[in-house]
Design a protein around this ligand. Structure first.
Ligand code: AMP
Ligand code: ZN
Length: 115
């Protein structure tokens, strides 16, 4: 799939709508359309990268920007500010949108329960 057919690129380009939680020049955070926890966001780089397996050291700064945003999201949570991040890489691992993203999940224990 190229970036023209990519649903997250379409959201980034505002061609389709999504609930935007945060956005800057590098990263957008949206609410997952099928939330699996009380808080379920997707942290998405604006650059179309398929997944963590295809990222290179040229994107070091982009990864740091994603982590900075994750820290901001964590800071906005109620105490105890506990959360999970999850990235599915490859169809067999559950990746369904082939534009890299981290799920940001809070309010549900996904380690003890099934996600
Ligand atoms: P993954 O299966 O790990 O690739 O995650 C893709 C996530 O994107 C899933 O949890 C979907 O529910 C979510 N999703 C798909 N389409 C949209 C959309 N249009 N807006 C928001 N979330 C979406
Ligand atoms: Zn894309």
């Amino acid at each position: 799939m190229n970036s023209q057919d990519c649903i997250f690129c379409k959201i980034i380009n505002k061609e389709i709508s999504a609930k935007i939680i945060k956005e800057n020049n590098t990263v957008i955070v949206i609410e997952d359309i099928f939330p699996k926890a009380p808080v379920h966001y997707l942290v998405i780089p604006k650059k179309h990268i398929v997944n963590l397996s295809t990222i290179t050291s040229l994107d070091k700064e982009l990864v740091w920007h994603m982590i900075e945003i994750i820290k901001e999201l964590a800071n906005d949570l109620p105490d105890p500010k506990a959360f999970n991040t999850l990235s599915n890489n490859g169809k067999e691992a559950g990746q369904s949108v082939f534009h890299m993203h981290w799920h940001f999940i809070s309010g549900r224990n996904i380690v003890e329960g099934e996600f």
